[in-house]
Each structure stands twice: as structure tokens, then as C-alpha cells.
Design a protein around this ligand. Structure first.
Ligand code: PLP
Length: 281
């Protein structure tokens, strides 16, 4: 596998950064993940715009204009022969003597790599995913796609140990989002609900596309808080992310939703999203 590190394309085994990198020492950095489908990047402009925003929110200058990012991503996809999978990008505040305050004039560290991954024929989408709910123990700027992911690592591990694919995180009785996804429910009346954007959650690029698709295809959707009880009582639930696309949820905290199979709204949105993704880069 070929990775990108600060301007160079290297075999992954030779790709490395300093132990003094602030990404390693402080999680002082930002990342971004875009899907590759049919060898093409999906909704990549949205991902690069979010990268720009996340970097700006923590005072790191974006090291590359959009065109250069696209060149790096495209080069990696091509060199690695990825037809389906992900491109991962990471920018940190760079290598400096360990000190909390920002170093002066330190170049950023830029790392990128691809992961081959089955998106189209994901068996989980056929059976539907189990999810658990966990307390949201993260910091208060979850709108920034920071590499500080310890709370998500713990949540996902807890889910895995419970035989679940995802953990939905709960704050003040309401779902914020999944550990690596945006959470949605469909009420018994057929309304799709997802939490409105704020500092409490990441502005999902897939979320945005799904909201637009719901509007285009006359599916009723409301952006509002929803509680753990509403999730447990929902007709359907699903989650969205660049890697999962639209993933139907069939049980929550061991309680089966509907008939225990992917629901019609989630399945429809998954199909609509695939059509969108094939056309959109
Ligand atoms: N929320 C969190 C916490 C995430 O980590 C992710 C993606 O990894 C998402 C939501 C979904 O965002 P996107 O659809 O842009 O992948």
C-alpha cells in the first residue's frame, strides 16, 4: 500500500512521522474521510470544505488548496488501485518541542492513505445493524473533526463487546450522534428525525446529502432532538457516514425495532444515496 506523507508517496511501512508530532502527543490535528465508489471520490467537495473549517476552528492553516488535496487523493486512489473504500486525510500542527502552546512557524504534518473496503455489498446492510446507547463523554466542540477520538474508541469497543456495530451517544437524555456516524430515527408516523447541527455533533456530509434526498423525494424529515425513549420506540432507525453510507438499524440496546429487519425508509434512502454517490464527486 502507498501512503502520502508531507509531499511524498511511500510504501506504508516506510511512511512515518516523528514521536514529537503534536498529533501524536496532543491529538492536535484534524482528519477527514471520504468514500471511494467505482474508483471515484464521493461528495468530496463537502469533505474538503469541512476539513478547511475544522482546521480553521483550531487555528491550523490549511496546507493545501482544494485542487492539491484532490490531486493527492486521486493519486492515492490510483496508485493503490482502490475501486471501493476510503481515503483518509490528516493534518496536525506539526513537530515541535513538547509544549501546550502553538509552536511558531512549524510546518503542518500531512498524512494520507487509502483503505479498500466493501461498500456496495456490505452484508451488514442486508441484516441491519445492532446498536447500543452509551453516555456521550466527549468534549463540547464535536463539530470539529478532531483526531482526539478516545471517547469514540471506547464507545465502539463497548458496542463490539455487546455484539453491536455502532454506539449511539446520549447527552441529557437525547441522542447526539453515533460514535462514527449520524443517527436518525423514523417515527411510527413515518417522519424521519435527526438532530439539528450544533457544537454537539459533527456536521455529517452524508447527513446533508440524505436530508437533501428526503426533500427531493418528498419524505417527511424533521431536524430536532430525539430521546433514547423515542429511539427505543421508533419504527426504524439508521445511521449515516462516508463509510457506512445509510445503514439500517434493527435493534437498540437489545430491543428489536419493527420486525427486526431493515425498514423501508432506511432501505429506500440507502438506494437513493447510492444513486447520488455514483454521480457526485
Ligand atoms: N459523526 C461522527 C462522530 C463521525 O465520526 C462521523 C464520521 O466518521 C459522522 C458523524 C458522519 O460524518 P460523514 O457523513 O461526513 O462521514
Amino acid at each position: 500500500r502507498i501512503a502520502y506523507v508531507n509531499g511524498e508517496y511511500l510504501p506504508l511501512e516506510q511512511a512515518s512521522v516523528s514521536v514529537m508530532d503534536r498529533g501524536f502527543l496532543f491529538a492536535d490535528g484534524i482528519y477527514e474521510v471520504a468514500a471511494v465508489l467505482g474508483g471515484r471520490l464521493v461528495d468530496n467537495a463537502g469533505h474538503l470544505a469541512r476539513l478547511e473549517r475544522s482546521l480553521s476552528e483550531i487555528g491550523i492553516a490549511n496546507p493545501h488548496p482544494v485542487e492539491e488535496w484532490v490531486r493527492i487523493e486521486t493519486e492515492l486512489v490510483s496508485r493503490n488501485g482502490v475501486t471501493e473504500g476510503l481515503v483518509y486525510l490528516q493534518v496536525t500542527r506539526g513537530v515541535a518541542e513538547r509544549d501546550f502552546t502553538f509552536p511558531k512557524d512549524t510546518p503542518t504534518t500531512v498524512v494520507a492513505f487509502t483503505q479498500a473496503k466493501t461498500i456496495t455489498d456490505n452484508p451488514l446492510a442486508e441484516t441491519g445493524a445492532k446498536v447500543i446507547t452509551v453516555p456521550d463523554i466527549r468534549w463540547q466542540r464535536r463539530d470539529i473533526k478532531s483526531v482526539a477520538l478516545l471517547a469514540q474508541v471506547l464507545a465502539k469497543q463497548q458496542a463490539a463487546e455487546a455484539g453491536a456495530a455502532e454506539a449511539f451517544m446520549v447527552e441529557d437524555g437525547s441522542i447526539t450522534e453515533g460514535s462514527s456516524s449520524t443517527a436518525f430515527i423514523v417515527t411510527k408516523e413515518g417522519t424521519i428525525i435527526t438532530r439539528p447541527l450544533s457544537n454537539a455533533l459533527l456536521p455529517g456530509i452524508t447527513r446533508r446529502a440524505v436530508i437533501a434526498l428526503a426533500a427531493e423525494f418528498d419524505l417527511k424529515l424533521e431536524e430536532r432532538l430525539f430521546s433514547v425513549e423515542e429511539l427505543h420506540d421508533a419504527a426504524e432507525a439508521f445511521y449515516t457516514s462516508a463509510s457506512a453510507f445509510v445503514m439500517p438499524v434493527v435493534s437498540v440496546d437489545g430491543k428489536v425495532l419493527g420486525d427486526g429487519r431493515p425498514g423501508p425508509v432506511a432501505r429506500r434512502l440507502r438506494e437513493l444515496y447510492f444513486t447520488f454517490a455514483e454521480a457526485r464527486d
